[in-house]
Design a protein around this ligand. Structure first.
Ligand SMILES: [Ca+2]
Length: 362
C-alpha cells in the first residue's frame, strides 16, 4: 500500500488570469467565470522507513551510598516501508541494597499510520518511587535517552506541508523534559513542553526525502528528607497527530453567480450564494465536503447556511457546480472590502480555498 494516498487522485482548476485582475464584465445570467486550467492536487507520500525506540533506566541509591543497583531495558521496533503499527514497552526496576529506596520506571509507545501521509504517535511513561527508612536516601532516576523516540523517513511527490498537533501532559515537572521535534535543516531542537498543546508545521518539497523525529529524555530523582517517605509518583503522556498535505488548493468560486459586481449589503439579513465551479477532473458537488465550508472576510467565518441539494451548471461549461449559501451577518465583511474568501476541505481532507471580488456596502 505504500505510496498510495487514500481516495482518488484529483485535479483541480485554478483561477483564470482574467479574474485575478477583477476585469470581468457583468453577465445577466450564468457565471462571470471562465473555465479554469488544471493542475494536480493530491499529494502522494513514498515512505522509506520508520522506527520507535524507548529505554528505561532505574537507579535506586540508599543513604549509605555504597549499594547502587542500575537496571536498563531497551526495546525498539523498526520497519522499512511497511506501515503496520509500531509498539514498544519497557520497564526497569531498582532497589538499593539497604532496601531504603526503590524505583520502577515504565514506558510504552505506539506509532500508527492511517496511510503514509497521516498517523499518530502515543507516548506514556510512569515512575513509581518509594523511599523506605530514614531520611537521606535518594530514590530513583529513570530516563529515555535523547537518541531514542520516533523517526519517520518519507518523500512527497509535490510541495506541501507537514503538520504535527501535540498534546503533552505531566503530573510532575521536576526532571520531566520537553519533547524534541527534529526536522531537517532546523537548529536542534524545537521543544514541545509538558502540559501544553500546540501545532508545528514545516514545508515539504517535491522529490526530497525528509526525516521527522520526536525524542524525549526525562527522568525523576527524589531525595528523602527533601520530600517524603513515599513517592511522589510521576507520569507523562503525550499524543501526536501528524499529516502531510498539499499546499492549499485554489478552487474557482463565483460569489453571487449571475451578477456583477458582487454586491453584498451588510444591512441585508439575507444570504450570499457562492458557487464552487467544477473542472474537467474536479467534480465540486461530489468532492467538496459541504459542512467544512467557511466564507467571508478572512475565509474562516462559520457562516454556512446550506448547500443546494441539486447541483447546477452555473457557468455553462457542461459541468455541474456546487452552490452554497452563507448568512451575510456571519461573514464578517466590513464596508469597503473587495474580496471574499471561501475555505474548506475535499471529502478526502485536502484543504481548498477560493477567492472572488466583492463590493461591500452598508
Ligand atoms: Ca459549471
Amino acid at each position: 500500500m505504500e505510496g498510495i494516498r487514500k481516495g482518488p487522485r484529483l485535479f483541480i482548476g485554478v483561477t483564470a488570469l482574467l479574474l485575478a485582475g477583477g476585469c470581468v464584465e457583468s453577465t445577466p445570467t450564468g457565471s462571470d467565470k471562465a473555465p479554469g486550467v488544471l493542475r494536480p492536487s493530491a499529494l502522494v507520500v513514498a515512505p522509506s522507513g520508520s522506527s520507535l525506540k524507548m529505554k528505561a533506566l532505574a537507579n535506586a541509591v540508599s543513604n549509605d551510598f555504597n549499594a547502587v543497583t542500575t537496571v536498563t531495558d531497551v526495546e525498539s521496533d523498526d520497519q522499512i516501508a511497511t506501515f503496520a503499527p509500531l509498539s514498544v514497552a519497557v520497564q526497569a526496576q531498582s532497589q538499593s541494597a539497604s532496601g531504603q529506596a526503590s524505583v520502577v520506571a515504565t514506558g510504552s509507545a505506539m506509532a500508527m499510520w492511517s496511510d503514509p501521509a497521516e498517523g499518530q504517535v502515543q507516548w506514556a511513561v510512569n515512575w513509581v518511587i518509594v523511599n523506605i527508612g530514614a531520611p537521606g536516601g535518594v530514590a530513583g532516576v529513570s530516563a529515555i535517552a535523547p537518541d531514542e523516540g520516533w523517526r519517520y523517513t518519507f518523500t512527497p511527490d509535490q510541495d506541501g506541508t507537514f503538520t504535527l498537533d501535540f498534546s503533552i501532559t505531566a503530573d510532575f515537572t521536576i526532571g520531566i523534559n520537553p519533547f524534541n521535534f527534529l526536522w531537517p535543516g532546523d537548529p536542534c531542537c524545537t521543544l514541545l513542553p509538558p502540559n501544553t498543546t500546540g501545532t508545528v508545521t514545516r514545508p515539504v518539497i517535491a522529490g526530497t526525502e525528509f526525516t521527522v523525529a520526536l525524542t524525549n529524555n526525562s527522568g525523576v530523582s527524589v531525595t528523602v528528607g527533601n520530600c517524603c517517605a513515599s513517592g511522589p509518583d510521576a507520569s507523562m503522556t503525550a499524543t501526536f497527530n501528524w499529516r502531510i498535505e498539499p499546499l492549499v488548493i485554489h478552487v474557482e468560486i463565483d460569489i453571487k453567480p449571475g451578477s456583477f459586481p458582487n454586491s453584498i449589503n451588510l444591512k441585508s439579513g439575507g444570504r450570499v450564494p457562492v458557487a464552487i465551479l467544477s473542472a474537467a477532473d474536479f467534480d465540486a458537488p461530489a468532492q467538496v465536503h459541504p459542512t467544512s465550508l467557511t466564507f467571508g472576510r478572512t475565509g474562516d467565518e462559520a457562516s454556512l447556511a446550506f448547500c443546494t441539494k441539486s447541483a447546477e451548471d452555473v457557468n455553462g461549461d457542461g459541468l455541474l457546480d456546487l452552490v452554497c449559501h452563507f448568512n451575510t451577518q456571519q461573514t464578517g465583511f466590513q464596508s469597503g472590502d473587495t474580496e471574499g474568501i471561501l475555505k474548506g476541505r475535499t471529502a478526502d481532507g485536502t484543504p481548498i480555498e477560493g477567492r472572488d471580488g466583492v463590493r461591500v456596502v452598508s
